[in-house]
Design a protein around this ligand. Structure first.
Ligand code: SF4
Ligand code: SF4
Length: 350
């Protein structure tokens, strides 16, 4: 067991063999970041890829918001190379980049110039960004022409990035998806899949096959904490029908949309209720409440809710900041009782 200066713990005796086993089973893309596990994640990955470095892709991330000195880019990159015990990082992401972060930090602090310099010196092989902003912001970042790959959330319950993913891919950007397996506790998802005539063993398998059926997705990364999860995911990805067929994926999409439409809280995410004077991010909160209530994804929804207002998380404020001014309810075309619903959200997700 190794402990970082800030209290994070990594059990290397479990992590390193798990990573190595992943390689043995055919996985060749490994993702980490400067801040994961207080830096210990990169150290463990470095140990796992010892001897096989030229046969795997290493992805890591630069915390562009952490400092605002141009020299920090190279300093942090060199620290990461040391931790990873390697001479280069294949995919080096601006961690959680959004539109304002691009303009106000990545460009302004000269980090984009530094990234190109590091690439010309072969210290990094591809300039990338990971992403949690609105889909339009993804298109903006793609159109800057400064990036070669991106990493974003996408799964059958959160398809908000679907259109911008296809946009990016058609502009020649490699698309890597995180969170492909959006929990497994939902009663409706298996029901929808059965109705659509899809044969599957469990919801995780179904979720992964849904993501792999998107022709614009190049790679899916999923956090795995034990051998069982690893073997299950490898088994799924190795099947001849690892991706759902186009008609299966479309049928599943339609049925899940229908469930959502029938839900008590039918928020379309139109954003007309914004801006809230208190900054409450109403559509995002309602989307998580639907994940919680309709799909039974309680931990997932709570985790996403916790990211509201967090550093490098989701913009805006949580439900408890509502002062019941009522403005939003006059704007909502779905006539949702927003104030009442927000109270329930605060109780369930907070
Ligand atoms: S009622 Fe609450 S959520 Fe709606 S606009 Fe007012 S403060 Fe914001
Ligand atoms: S206006 Fe209504 S439907 Fe639209 S995002 Fe806001 S709460 Fe949802």
């Amino acid at each position: 067991m190794v402990r970082s200066g800030d209290g994070h713990v990594v059990d290397e005796e479990k992590a390193v063999p798990l990573l190595r086993k992943a390689y043995d089973l055919g996985i060749n893309y490994f993702d980490t970041a400067y801040f994961y596990c207080g830096g210990l994640s990169e150290v463990a990955l470095g140990k796992a890829i010892n001897g096989i470095r030229d046969r795997v892709y290493v992805s890591s991330k630069f915390p562009y918001w952490y400092k605002d000195e141009k020299a920090e880019y190279r300093k942090i990159l060199e620290e990461q190379l040391k931790r990873l015990d390697t001479d280069y990082i294949d995919f080096y992401h601006f961690h959680g980049l959004n539109a304002s972060g691009y303009t106000d930090a990545a460009l302004k602090n000269g980090y984009i110039d530094e990234a190109n310099k590091a690439k010309s010196e072969r210290l990094i092989r591809h300039i990338s960004f990971s992403f949690h902003d609105k889909p339009e912001a993804m298109k903006f970042l793609v159109d800057t022409g400064n990036f070669e790959t991106l990493l974003c959330q996408y799964n059958f319950l959160d398809r908000s990035n679907e259109e911008s993913i296809s946009y990016a891919r058609q502009k020649g950007i490699g698309v890597v998806v995180m969170g492909p397996v959006a929990g497994g506790g939902s009663p409706d998802v298996p029901e929808a899949a059965k109705k659509a005539g899809i044969e599957f063993r469990n919801t995780s398998e179904l979720a992964l096959r849904f993501v792999l059926s998107n022709p614009y997705v190049d790679c899916a990364i999923s956090g795995m904490s034990d051998m069982r999860m690893l073997e299950e995911n490898v088994l799924t990805a190795s099947r001849p029908d690892s991706a759902l067929s186009g008609s299966e994926a479309a049928a599943l999409r339609d049925l899940l949309n229908e469930y959502r439409r029938l839900a008590e809280l039918y928020c379309t995410g139109c954003d007309y209720c914004k801006p809230c004077p208190q900054g409450v991010n109403i559509p995002f909160i309602f989307s998580q409440m639907n994940n919680y209530r309709i799909y039974g994804l309680k931990d997932y929804a709570r985790g996403e809710y916790a990211r509201i207002g967090a550093e490098n998380g989701i913009e805006g404020e949580k439900a408890d900041k509502c002062i019941e001014c009522g403005i939003c309810e006059t704007r909502c075309p779905q006539k949702i009782e927003i104030m009442k619903q927000l109270k329930e959200c605060a109780g369930a997700l907070g």
